[in-house]
Design a protein around this ligand. Structure first.
Ligand SMILES: Cc1ncc(COP(=O)(O)O)c(C=O)c1O
Length: 394
């Protein structure tokens, strides 16, 4: 199914990239476990290795089950091509390292997941790549130098739910011939399609909404054929973080219900964010669907709904966060997000604990901050659980 298909997201999520297995007729995608694929004879082997003839060679380079996952992701994001990885961090690191060289500069816009933050601030400089941070797209132009090669952003961001204006980022970058990469893990293609706003490459932690059931780890990069060829050749073949065919099958299965799950989580989250915003134990709620959110106007333009993630700051700081989280009975205390199950965590001591304390505070990751990933349970039950946990601290 081609990327410019006029089919809706729910249809694409089910059908894109797959047909019944030609030999057995199996409707569900088979798990192709072979690590090597016969090319028959000497000449064909040489042609396949130099890319002159099509066909699988070795599972780290490409795999039939992984290829279905990649084709589905390309269709959902509206990209020409995709490359699967063993995790979100593998997708991010391999993509960035495939596109930059020593002497280049990378600018990251807004807040980032702690692991990505570490790549930008600690890893890239070790390889001679300078990294700079700006808070908003409006500050980008002034930060660009002749060495700027790539701009990286994440929207909504983890854990503050900050919104970066993708169109503004893409416009500035294109004028300066700089590549752009957006982490679309929180929004998923169901809510935002960064490539349509002019971004060059989308990356995901497929471990989150894409798998959706908390039982598979993976990542993916999506973009033009030319860029993805580079990402596959350097990022995948050389760094070697290939997605396992078993995980690919789990992610394909997860994708089939992605639009349904994202819509259900968004509807519940929109309700829960209002409950939290009106509660006396809470200082501030960070949810792009609230009119009070700094990025609400941009979110309304670039998102079709506001997603299942939010964070909020409890008035009593760390002690209140501990009491609240320990009192939750239905919502599970765990990192990760985008699962069927609602999950809550304390970013300062978990997901962002490795980020330097001053940078954490600059981002707004205070000791009273709690991140909530709303699942697909009955919203009334979630609200009851949250209310009783909040009652313990006021
Ligand atoms: C926005 C975002 N990007 C990337 C990652 C990393 O993904 P993974 O854990 O699959 O490596 C995470 C993990 O939490 C994340 O939240």
């Amino acid at each position: 199914m081609s990327k410019d298909s006029t089919l809706g997201m729910r249809t694409l999520a089910v059908h894109a990239g797959q047909t019944p297995d030609p030999t057995t007729g199996a409707v569900a995608t088979p798990i192709s476990t072979a690590s090597a694929y016969s090319y028959g004879d000497f000449d064909n082997g040489e042609r396949r290795f130099c890319g002159e003839s099509p066909g699988y060679v070795y599972s780290r380079f490409a795999n039939p089950t992984v290829a279905v996952f990649e084709a589905k992701m390309a269709a959902l994001e509206g990209g020409e091509s995709a490359v699967g990885f063993t995790s979100g961090m593998s997708a991010i690191c391999s993509t960035v390292m495939a596109l930059v060289s020593a002497g280049d500069e990378v600018i990251h816009v807004g807040t980032l997941y702690g692991g990505t933050e570490g790549v930008m601030r600690n890893l890239l400089p070790r390889f001679g790549v300078r990294s700079l941070h700006v808070a908003t797209a409006a500050q980008l132009q002034a930060a660009i130098t002749p060495n700027t090669r790539l701009i990286f952003t994440e929207t909504p961001d983890n854990p503050m739910l900050g919104i970066v204006d993708l169109q503004a980022v893409a416009q500035v970058a294109k004028a300066a011939k700089i590549l752009t990469v957006a982490d679309n893990t929180f929004a998923t293609p169901c809510l935002t399609r960064p490539l349509e706003w002019g971004i060059d490459v989308v990356v995901h932690s497929a471990t989150k909404f894409i798998g959706g059931h908390g039982d598979a780890t993976g990542g993916v990069a999506i973009g033009s054929k030319v860029l993805m060829e580079k990402v596959r050749t350097v990022g995948l073949k050389q760094f070697g973080g290939c997605l396992s065919p078993f995980e690919a099958m789990m992610l394909i299965r997860g994708l089939k219900t992605l639009p349904l799950r994202v819509e259900a989580a968004s509807i519940s989250a929109e309700r829960i964010a209002r409950l939290l915003a009106a509660h006396p134990a809470i200082d501030r709620v960070f949810y792009p669907g609230l009119e009070s959110h700094a990025g609400h106007a941009v979110a309304k333009r670039q998102m079709s709904r506001f997603g299942g993630l939010m964070s909020f700051e409890l008035k009593g700081g760390r002690a209140a966060a501990r009491t609240f989280l320990d009192r939750l009975a239905l919502v599970t205390q765990a990192v990760s997000l985008g699962d069927t199950d609602s999950l809550a965590c304390h970013p300062a001591s978990t997901t962002h604990s490795a980020v330097a304390a001053d940078i954490r505070l600059q981002y707004g990751v205070t000791e009273g901050l709690v991140r909530l990933s709303v699942g697909i349970e009955d919203v009334q039950d979630l609200e009851n659980d949250i209310r009783q946990a909040l009652a313990a601290i006021v």
